[in-house]
Design a protein around this ligand. Structure first.
Ligand SMILES: NC(=O)c1ccc[n+]([C@@H]2O[C@H](COP(=O)([O-])OP(=O)(O)OC[C@H]3O[C@@H](n4cnc5c(N)ncnc54)[C@H](O)[C@@H]3O)[C@@H](O)[C@H]2O)c1
Ligand SMILES: [Zn+2]
Length: 292
């Protein structure tokens, strides 16, 4: 697809001063941004994200790229769009499952950065699920603000930007072992965030009440908080976590929550604690069924 895009740009004789508009979800945004970053050594581009996930997450922050057979996002760049224009009308046609998956990232911003946002989502979730424009506008704008603030502190990763990965180490591993496609990204990170909350209890003493609120909000948003895994697949999950690109020096580092609204990154977690948290998100009855 990258090659086909370059060819079209050449046919239409785009110049240094031309620009590309990425109209679509995160896949289109990442691809168009990558093409813009590399064509003629970089031409301007504009993000017009049309999914909730793309509006609150992938369109902001400048990470662009494409997948290889060997893995996701292996080729890419940090390349900022000149403008991100979120037209909330586009959300009207988004399938329900995609919308709910986007909410997993929205809820994440509450957990990692903004306790007030979290409380607001708890209170106004029914309106949000009805996609009321006023509600959507407030929430989408706040999420973009948070992402921009965090990326502003650390554009190219390695520092505070890591907090955006709350729930993602486990979430990515879930996507990986289920063969990408069974769960949407948002669904996988909903389970990942619940597991990360349990790890946070063990390592940082996150209060049981906060864990309950987190789990409950994902549930109310129609997102999975439990996964069916037998012992063998649980091992596979651990193995996949070790292969995650956030692993350095063989150690898995986690983003953990002290309380709703405040997280810390670069946290080491002993393997038996990870095992324990995974056991808690496993749907026991089905894990027995699965292992039969
Ligand atoms: N660059 C980043 O920082 C970053 C961050 C998070 C995710 N991502 C990437 O984003 C991608 C996921 O993005 P996504 O969730 O938007 O998925 P997507 O782009 O695949 O869109 C989801 C589905 O919705 C359809 N769609 C898009 N807009 C629609 C609309 N308005 N109405 C009806 N259908 C619509 C699409 O055709 C697609 O089938 C992944 O590839 C992920 O790696 C990038
Ligand atoms: Zn994500």
């Amino acid at each position: 697809m990258v090659q086909a895009c370059y060819d079209q740009l050449a046919v239409h004789r785009l110049e240094r001063k031309s620009f590309i508009v990425a109209l679509g979800g995160g896949v289109v945004g990442d691809l168009a941004g990558f093409v813009a970053a590399t064509y003629l050594r970089g031409i301007a581009f504009v993000q017009v994200p049309t999914t909730l996930l793309a509006q609150v997450d992938s369109s902001v922050g400048g990470k662009v790229g494409v997948n290889l057979k060997a893995g996701k996002n292996l080729v890419g760049a940090f390349y900022q769009p000149r403008l991100v224009a979120c037209d909330l009308d586009t959300i009207k046609t988004l399938p329900d499952r995609e919308f709910r998956a986007g909410l997993a990232e929205v809820i994440k911003y509450g957990i990692i950065y903004d306790a007030h946002l979290f409380t607001q989502i708890e209170r106004d979730l029914p309106k949000l699920l009805k996609r009321e424009p006023k509600m959507l506008a407030t929430v989408v704008a706040r999420c973009c603000e948070i992402k921009a603030e965090v990326v502003g502190l650390d554009e190219t990763d390695g520092g505070p930007r890591a907090i955006l990965n709350f729930g993602h180490t486990i979430g990515h591993a879930i996507e990986n072992i289920s063969g990408y496609g069974k769960f949407l990204h948002g669904e996988a990170i909903a389970m990942g965030q619940v597991a990360a909350a349990k790890l946070s209890r063990e390592i940082l003493g996150l209060h049981a009440r906060d864990i309950g609120r987190i789990e409950n909000l994902f549930r109310r948003a129609g997102l999975p908080v439990r996964i069916r895994l037998n012992a063998m697949r649980r091992q596979k999950l651990l193995h996949a976590m070790r292969l995650d690109k956030k692993v350095s020096g063989g150690e898995i580092k986690f983003v953990l929550a002290e309380k709703i609204g405040k997280v810390v990154w670069n946290q080491r977690v002993p393997e038996h604690v990870i095992q324990g948290a995974l056991a808690e998100i496993v749907n026991r009855q089905s894990s027995i069924e699965n292992s039969k």
